[in-house]
Design a protein around this ligand. Structure first.
Ligand code: NAD
Ligand code: GLY
Length: 358
């Protein structure tokens, strides 16, 4: 088993990574939530038939009473009506302030259940059991929890750190290839922003089989990078922004496809290529670097470019919450494995990506 400790004072917690950890979840949760009697498990309609019985057996064997709630799979469950359904059911099931909420699923379940845990009874303990690659390397770590509003994604939320994150890499074997590839976009991002050696390792191991053969150490390295970023800037007021490499331009791609044509991972993949090319245009990024990123994305079936018109770029960039006022702060690479934050006028960004005439 690999263990990481996220050091955030009284909000510190461990990330445990091991195959078959799902079958030991009860004893691990007991160790961090010793007062809890009842656990409220939130999962989705795809994950429930695959993994809920194993988790339930482990929780019951550890002496917990368990209530499970299944939401429909997909982003649309990150909404006010599912959230209020969770609140009502949690309270009806007898949840008290010493009990805990457990998220079993991908980032949708983690964000929704985490926001319910942050707000029910003014906050109860929360445990993440992420089952997608994206959730294991990104959304389950760092404490951001949220639902979507009509005004945009993740616009109502909180910082609510989990008490424990349990990653069972075995659960990744049931992911469709496209969902696995989505998570790989974030894995590659970590190499780009913080670790050239890790990027080179990923380049040398491009297939899903090779990645799964090394999955424990890949998860460890990604979570270790996210841990260090979050420890430095828990509330996302500055340096945590490096995690958004590829995301600002990626938001424009997600918008251009009405959040349906392109998944988040696909948009981030093409967004990283665009950000790398932008860095070259601005004289910051070595010219060979965009090609290196493209070469690692292609075998995974991830796009290296997504068509987007100027109005959509402007709408996404104007609305980007990182881009208050006339300037925008972008995450760029001055070399592979090293991200820097650069403030530039939004008009310069739009001109450089061809969305505005020079
Ligand atoms: P998701 O939760 O929708 O999962 C993707 C699909 O995989 C779903 O259909 C799900 O049912 C299915 N699935 C999950 N685990 C499975 C398994 N082991 N086997 C088979 N199928 C499985 O999406 P996601 O990509 O995990 O997460 C995306 C969400 O995460 C978005 O809402 C995004 O905003 C959020 N997010 C949050 C953070 C954060 O810091 N909180 C960071 C990144 C993304
Ligand atoms: N996924 C970006 C962050 O956690 O800040």
């Amino acid at each position: 088993m690999k263990t990481l400790h996220v050091n955030l004072g009284e909000r510190s917690y461990d990330i445990l990574i091991a195959d078959r950890l799902l079958d030991r979840a009860g004893e691990e949760i007991k160790a961090v939530c010793p007062q809890a009697r009842r656990l409220f498990v939130v999962t989705d309609s795809n994950v429930f038939p695959l993994y809920l019985t194993r988790l339930a057996n482990s929780l019951t064997a550890a002496g917990f009473e368990m209530t499970a709630l299944t939401v429909p799979a997909g982003e649309s469950s990150k909404c006010v009506s599912e959230l209020s359904g969770l609140w009502e059911k949690m309270l009806a099931s007898g949840l008290t302030r010493t009990d805990a909420v457990v998220a079993l699923g991908g980032g949708v379940v983690g964000d929704l259940a985490g926001f319910a845990a942050a707000t029910a009874l003014r906050g109860v303990d929360f445990v993440q059991i992420p089952t997608t690659l994206l959730a294991q390397v990104d959304s389950s770590v760092g404490g951001k929890v949220a639902i979507d509003l009509r005004a945009g994604k993740n616009l109502a939320g909180a910082f609510w750190q989990p008490k424990l994150v349990l990653m069972d890499p075995d659960t990744l074997n049931t992911l469709p290839d496209a969902t696995f590839a989505d998570g790989m976009a974030e894995v590659i991002k970590y190499g780009c922003i913080r670790d050239k050696e890790f990027f080179d390792f990923l380049r040398a191991h491009p297939t899903r089989a090779e990645i799964m053969a090394n999955i424990e150490s890949i998860l460890y390295q990604c979570c270790d990078i996210k841990r260090s970023v979050v420890e430095e800037d828990e509330r996302d007021t500055g340096s945590r922004m490096v995690l958004n490499f590829g995301h600002t331009i990626g938001h424009a791609y997600e918008l251009s496809g009405h959040y349906e044509q392109w998944t988040h991972g696909q948009a981030v993949a093409a967004g990283m290529c665009a950000a790398a090319k932008l860095g070259v245009t601005l004289g910051l990024t070595p010219p060979e670097l965009p090609g290196q990123i493209e070469a690692i994305l292609v075998p995974l079936g991830l796009p290296t470019a997504i068509p987007c018109d100027g109005d959509t770029y402007a709408a996404a960039i104007g609305r980007d919450k990182k881009g208050a006022g006339a300037d925008i702060t972008l995450v760029l690479l001055d070399r592979m494995g090293h991200a820097v934050l650069r403030k530039l006028p939004k008009a310069t960004l739009l001109q450089s990506i061809g969305a505005l005439p020079m």
